[in-house]
Design a protein around this ligand. Structure first.
Ligand code: SME
Length: 173
């Protein structure tokens, strides 16, 4: 796996048609699960997922995790992309809304999201998915895109399932 994931190379910043994005994710899933098979360390899992999803989803300009470090506080974890906010309280931004409500936030246009945190002015859409372990929110996966509507409900559902498998169901432990 020295070259990472085995998918057709697509230039960073390309927003493929939705059907092609879903197909790439479906092709990547077994590879991602194989790479993480047996890994139990959270940093290793988060860092590797950030890397492989970054390769799989060329529309992203930021891809990674915020970890719960207090009752109402997230701190940045492993990621790919430009520097992100170090800390995000639960009452701020899209990541905060995801952590607070423990529900996926699919935001087609961040300009219409009250309280959005503009870490990178280029970001136009976001997908943030909760990572729960044993019913408790432990982290969120944050994906940002420089185009509006950079993520679909189908991509969100695929990633939700992947995160449950890797972090909660213990199938890979
Ligand atoms: N725009 C996000 C935070 C993104 S980062 O710092 C990479 C938000 O509103 O939660």
């Amino acid at each position: 796996m020295s070259e990472g994931i085995l998918l057709a190379k697509v230039a960073r910043g390309t927003l493929l048609p939705e059907a092609e994005r879903v197909a790439r994710l479906q092709e990547a899933l077994p590879q991602i699960l194989a790479v993480l098979d047996g890994e139990t360390d959270d940093v290793a899992r988060q860092a590797t997922l950030a890397c492989l999803l970054w390769e799989t989803m060329p529309q992203t300009n930021w891809c990674g995790f915020y970890r719960r470090v207090g009752e109402q506080m997230l701190a940045v974890g492993p990621y790919q992309g430009g520097m992100g906010c170090l800390r995000i309280p639960f009452d701020r931004g899209v990541c905060g809304a995801c952590a607070r409500t423990e529900t996926t936030q699919l935001v087609p246009d961040v300009h219409t999201f009250p309280g959005h945190i503009a870490c990178d002015d280029a970001t136009r859409s976001e997908l943030v998915i909760p990572v729960k372990v044993g019913g408790r929110l432990e982290a969120v996966l944050d994906l940002d895109c420089p185009y509006p509507e950079g993520f679909s409900a189908t991509e969100a559902a695929i990633l939700e399932d992947l995160l449950v498998h890797i972090f909660d169901q213990g199938l890979l432990r």
